[in-house]
Design a protein around this ligand. Structure first.
Ligand code: IPE
Ligand code: IPE
Ligand code: MG
Length: 244
């Protein structure tokens, strides 16, 4: 694809994060149930992950279920909870061929035993692969993630393994779910909302934000390319004076 090659002549984000919003609205507009939107949204993960991989992106984080999404009706939660295992059938083979690594970020104490086992299994199975890291944020909340890191640091101090004066950014970083992944360069949120909804607050510190009205199930390769073209026009300064 010519468009892809052209994009690859300029800097490509090392880490892209996506708030996959608008599944419900996309389905409603088609006179369908919200669950249909979630199903089509889950299928779209494969399309966009593979395109990000082809473009040379190293890490791709997706917001699949937030710590606040438990507020939704039970029926919808049950459906969303069934998606990780359904995911397996859709993506297994392609992800193996493309050497995609899968990891999950989020709480593991509130999900089913079945999902917990499945997550562990897929992480173990894919951890030595060399392709893009697909980081699926499931029962993920940024405030919870940072709070947990603080708790672990306090415990290490109590045990004498760590001194408060030695705590620096890497001490926190290494206790986040995303440890080892590069910082997020580009955040995309679909469906028009312009907020982060508790997604990766630490990791987004210097990310470029891209908002689009397109709903997640309709966000295809071309839409990703559009987001990348926007990213490539940004003047990233990281607090310095580059290009100013
Ligand atoms: C995003 O789509 C997926 C999840 C939050 C799980 P929504 O379900 O939020 O869709 P809208 O925002 O209601 O359209
Ligand atoms: C954020 O979307 C969570 C996910 C995409 C999983 P929401 O639809 O839950 O966010 P709000 O409620 O509009 O902020
Ligand atoms: Mg939403």
């Amino acid at each position: 694809m010519k468009r892809r090659e052209k994009l690859m002549q300029k800097p490509i984000p090392r880490h892209i994060a996506v708030i996959m919003d608008g599944n419900g609205r996309w389905a409603k507009r088609r006179g369908r149930e919200r669950s249909y939107g979630h199903r089509m949204g889950a299928l779209n993960i494969k399309t966009i992950t593979l395109e990000a991989h082809r473009l040379g992106v190293e890490a791709f984080s997706i917001y699949a279920f937030s710590t606040e999404n438990w507020k939704r009706p039970k029926e919808e939660i049950d459906f969303l909870m069934s998606l990780p295992t359904a995911f397996e059938e859709d993506f297994k083979e392609t992800f193996e061929t493309e050497q995609i690594r899968v990891r999950f970020s989020g709480r593991r104490d509130r999900i089913s035993e079945k999902n917990r086992e499945y997550m562990q299994e897929i992480e173990d199975k894919t951890k030595d692969r060399e392709g893009l890291v697909l980081n699926i944020c499931f029962d993920y909340g940024g405030r919870y993630e940072i709070t947990q890191a603080a708790r672990k640091i306090a415990e290490a101090c109590m045990e004498g393994a760590l001194k408060p004066e030695d705590i620096d950014e890497s001490t926190v970083e290494s206790r986040l779910y995303t440890t080892g992944l590069p910082p997020v360069d580009l955040l995309i949120r679909t469906s028009g909302e312009q907020r982060t909804s508790n997604f990766l607050p630490w990791q987004l510190a210097y990310a470029e934000f891209y908002f689009t009205k397109t709903h997640w199930p309709a966000f295809k390769e071309r839409a990703l390319h559009r987001a990348l073209r926007s990213f490539q026009k940004r003047n990233r300064k990281f607090g310095g004076l580059k290009g100013a």
